[in-house]
Design a protein around this ligand. Structure first.
Ligand code: XLS
Ligand code: NI
Ligand code: NI
Length: 467
């Protein structure tokens, strides 16, 4: 990050450490905040041409009996939005973040919290999410790191209190540091497992302290690069052991937040054990963890798994495990987790159709695990990106509600399965028909009487009526 702190106004409410200013900084007379030219983002309706206004997200508007704010539970991620520097494998960071002095100090981290909350407040998102290492710098020892974390969490708590913004979920970064080279709970090195457990313990405590509504496990490096050096059976058992330890500790400290597993098939590793929603559910069931977890489904991860977002949501939802959403999108031509902001109305509409179908988001939210492009390096781009994502999901919600209200789609699906509602179908479903009886039934008929068209094109046209 470029050092621009001395050129611009600095954030309000600076911490004590920050007031011990370095000599190269301009003394702060008037504190204008991190985004001095931007006001709270208003709702102006679909006709507005103001790029800093919502056209569709009208927080208080009622859809299917709940406000948009309650349905969508938007959340801003700390890692991309406040720590993303815009670097890529070929070049350095590009982001201009005037409130950030670029140092890896606790005081800079505390100062960043003020900027973050100013942003989230002006945007009007009710939630945010973090990794432990996003918010505070790592020290020389775990004890020192924990101390740093506490010092920044104190400011997070203050800002949460001041603004009413809540923690959607916390998580531990168990993938960036070189110690996690072979994974965290699935590392071949038992000491690394121990370190990961200790880190999760602390992240759970801080999530609890901040009133977090959830806690996410994303298995960053919980997988393998080559099977030649991997004892898969042992690694999966260790992952299960790790999750059981977290479940027990959660209970011990009385943390009420929902636990989530976030499926992703690959990147950084060649294969991750939490590869998709179905694999996660199987894993949780196999190791008696299912009652303690829901899934956090991310659009770009679905793409990497060779699925659609809708597929992943249906797998999770039909198992009663649809918990939260990491809202983003990939790029058709790029095969990695590009984490772009979601602006595709179809994606948002299909997502919200599944969400509404399974009863809406309860503890989870629409969490923008998305980053502005490296080329979009000005602070205002953070606003454009989030406004676009929120408007896309607001439209998705309204479209999904309209499709449900119209009823033709649901009726079509209902009719398609009508043969199961009576006669032999109902008998099979209720478990009252034996194999012999079923055989006798079809022998008597001679053959299947008829099939009906699936009408895919008809249904695609129907959806387009609402887009
Ligand atoms: C990475 C993941 C990550 C999780 C949180 O691809 O999406 O950001 O959401 O660890
Ligand atoms: Ni994610
Ligand atoms: Ni991701």
């Amino acid at each position: 990050m470029r050092r621009l702190a001395s050129l611009v106004a600095l954030p309000v409410n600076l911490s004590n450490e920050m007031t011990k200013m370095k000599s190269n900084r301009v003394p702060r007379q008037k504190m204008a905040g991190a985004f001095p030219t931007i006001e709270c983002i208003p709702y102006e309706g679909p006709k507005s041409t103001n790029p800093l206004a919502f056209k569709h997200y009208n927080a208080g508007e009622i859809v299917e009996g709940r406000t948009m704010r309650e349905h969508l539970r938007f959340s801003v991620v700390y890692w991309h939005t406040f720590r993303g520097a815009g670097s890529d494998p070929f070049g350095a960071g590009t982001m201009l973040r005037p409130w950030d002095d670029g140092s890896n100090t606790v005081s800079n981290a505390q100062n960043r919290v003020r900027a973050a909350f100013e942003f989230i407040e002006k945007l009007g998102a009710p939630y945010y999410a973090w990794h432990d290492r996003d918010v505070a710098p790592e020290g020389k020892t775990l004890a020192e790191t924990n101390k740093n974390f506490d010092a920044v969490a104190k400011i997070l708590k203050e800002e949460q209190k001041r603004t009413g913004i809540k923690l959607l979920w916390g998580t531990a970064n168990l993938f960036s540091h070189p110690r996690f080279v072979h994974g965290a709970s699935t590392s071949s090195n038992a000491d690394v497992f121990a370190f990961a457990v200790a880190q999760v313990k602390k992240a759970l405590e801080v999530s609890h302290e901040l009133g977090g509504e959830g806690y996410t496990f994303w298995g960053g490096r919980e997988g393998y690069m080559t099977l030649l050096n991997t004892d898969m059976k042992r690694e999966r058992e260790h992952l299960a052991k790790f999750l059981h330890l977290a479940v027990a500790y959660k209970k011990q400290i009385g943390f009420q937040g929902q636990f989530y597993i976030e499926p992703k098939p690959k990147e950084p590793t060649k294969h991750q054990y939490d590869s998709d929603a179905a694999a996660c559910l199987n894993f949780l069931r196999e190791f008696d963890l299912l009652p303690h977890f829901k899934l956090n489904i991310e659009a770009n991860h679905a793409t990497l798994a060779g699925h659609t977002m809708q597929h992943e949501l249906e797998v999770a939802g039909s198992a009663g495990a649809l918990g939260s959403i990491d809202a983003n999108t990939g790029d058709e031509l790029l095969g990695w987790d590009t984490d772009q902001f979601p602006t595709n109305i179809y994606l948002a509409a299909y997502t919200m159709l599944s969400v509404l179908k399974y009863g809406g988001l309860q503890t989870g939210g629409v969490n923008f695990d998305a980053k502005v492009r490296r080329e979009s390096f000005e602070p205002v781009d953070l606003f454009y990106a989030h406004i676009g994502g929120m408007d896309a999901f607001a439209r998705g919600l309204k479209i999904a509600a309209a499709i449900r209200q119209d009823g033709r789609l649901a009726e079509f699906v209902k009719q398609r399965y009508a043969s199961w509602d009576s006669g032999i179908g109902a008998k099979i479903e209720s478990g009252k028909a034996s194999l012999k009886e079923i055989e006798a039934y079809i022998l008597k008929k001679g053959d299947v009487a008829k099939n009906v068209s699936g009408r895919q094109e008809f249904l695609e046209n129907l959806i387009n009526e609402f887009i």
